[in-house]
Design a binder for this molecule. Structure first.
Ligand SMILES: NC(=O)c1ccc[n+]([C@@H]2O[C@H](COP(=O)([O-])OP(=O)(O)OC[C@H]3O[C@@H](n4cnc5c(N)ncnc54)[C@H](OP(=O)(O)O)[C@@H]3O)[C@@H](O)[C@H]2O)c1
Length: 313
């Protein structure tokens, strides 16, 4: 059996294990959440975000499904409400500071804050073997800065609790520093991003900004960036790095006000983003996010996951 067949077999085995795990209900003592637990999902109108919303509400939480387009967001929330789920809609465009602050005000006023944040909203303009960086700025601004700004806007609203609040960002294996394929060629950048003790938010910003600059002045091809879906991969690399930086910052919070922050790769999922290619459904792609934010009694933070397992950054 060849390498790729072996990998396919392993993937299929894990997929079956997870579908079995998903049939095991949480016991009463594991359920730290209730209908009062508020989960906010960005880009919840379709794809993985919609599925995360559906599954979290199915576990009995109250979900605030957000979408940049009001009509499609209302429609998506209505579908879930008609299924008897506690899902409510609010407009949120992660690229628009006013939309973000309106959302934060509304959330504070109506729910007193939140317990769970899922950063799911993102864009990717390449499909298959394409690698255009025409939209590099939008990709970096939505996927990295949108995620980062959302985290900053929501942290002050996170409710104190014994179980700790939780943030999960939907990322991608394409953004691994140590991946066998598609990693950043530039050793200095790799070192900067790997050295978690000295890594700062400013360093991550400088790295992505320098890429956007190169994409716009046409010099990016010799910049040593990831070779596949370059802008998208770098945006997710930045999300992963920021997750680690924030985990360090948030770990200093006192007991009772803890916030745990992690990220994960959903796999290759049949959604609009992949042109409905992919080898798993949105329902399966949502699984690790839901599992991670509902973890009972576990203070895992600053890690990267896929298929319910920790993966090296
Ligand atoms: N599909 C995969 O194989 C795969 C693999 C790895 C990671 N991911 C990640 O999984 C997440 C969900 O992707 P998906 O596959 O479900 O793709 P999708 O169907 O294209 O969904 C993306 C969502 O993000 C929203 N969005 C984009 N820009 C936004 C903005 N400025 N403000 C608010 N929402 C915005 C979209 O809203 P509109 O409907 O208005 O465009 C949509 O709801 C993304 O973070 C993606 O990078 C996907």
């Amino acid at each position: 059996m060849g390498k790729s067949e072996k990998a396919k077999e392993r993937r299929e085995k894990r997929r079956q294990e997870i579908s079995l795990l998903r049939t095991i209900p949480y016991s009463d003592h594991q359920r730290w959440w209730s209908a009062e637990t508020i989960a906010v999902v960005t880009g919840g109108n379709r794809g993985i975000g919609f599925e995360i919303s559906r599954q979290l509400a199915g576990h009995g939480l109250t979900v605030i499904l957000t979408s940049r387009d009001t009509n499609v967001g209302l429609e998506a929330a209505k579908v879930l409400q008609e299924g008897g789920l506690n899902v409510f809609f609010h407009q949120l465009d992660v690229l628009d500071p006013l939309s973000m602050s309106n959302f934060a005000d509304w959330l504070k006023k109506n729910y007193g804050g939140l317990d769970i944040l899922i950063n799911n909203a993102a864009v990717n303009f390449n499909i298959g073997n394409e690698n255009s960086v025409e939209h590099a700025r939008t990709v970096i601004e939505t996927n990295y800065y949108g995620t980062k700004n959302m985290i900053k806007a929501m942290i002050p609203l996170m409710k104190p609790s014994a179980a700790g609040s939780r943030i999960v960002s939907v990322s991608s294996r394409l953004g691994r520093i140590h991946g066998r394929r598609n990693r950043v060629e530039d050793v200095t950048i790799r070192q900067q991003l790997s050295d978690i003790d000295s890594l700062t938010e400013e360093t991550i910003d400088q790295i992505v900004n320098s890429f956007v600059q190169q994409a716009e002045d046409g010099t990016w091809e010799s910049g040593g960036w990831p070779q596949t879906f370059t802008d998208y991969s770098l945006s997710k690399l930045a999300v992963n790095a920021y997750t680690r930086v924030m985990a360090k910052v948030l770990s200093e919070r006192p007991e009772g006000q803890k916030i745990y922050i992690n990220c994960y790769c959903p796999g290759w999922v049949k959604t609009a983003m992949t042109g409905f290619a992919g080898n798993i459904s949105a329902e399966e792609g949502a699984d690790t996010a839901v599992w991670l934010v509902l973890l009972p009694d576990q203070a895992i933070t600053g890690k990267f996951f896929a298929e319910r397992r920790e993966v090296r950054f």
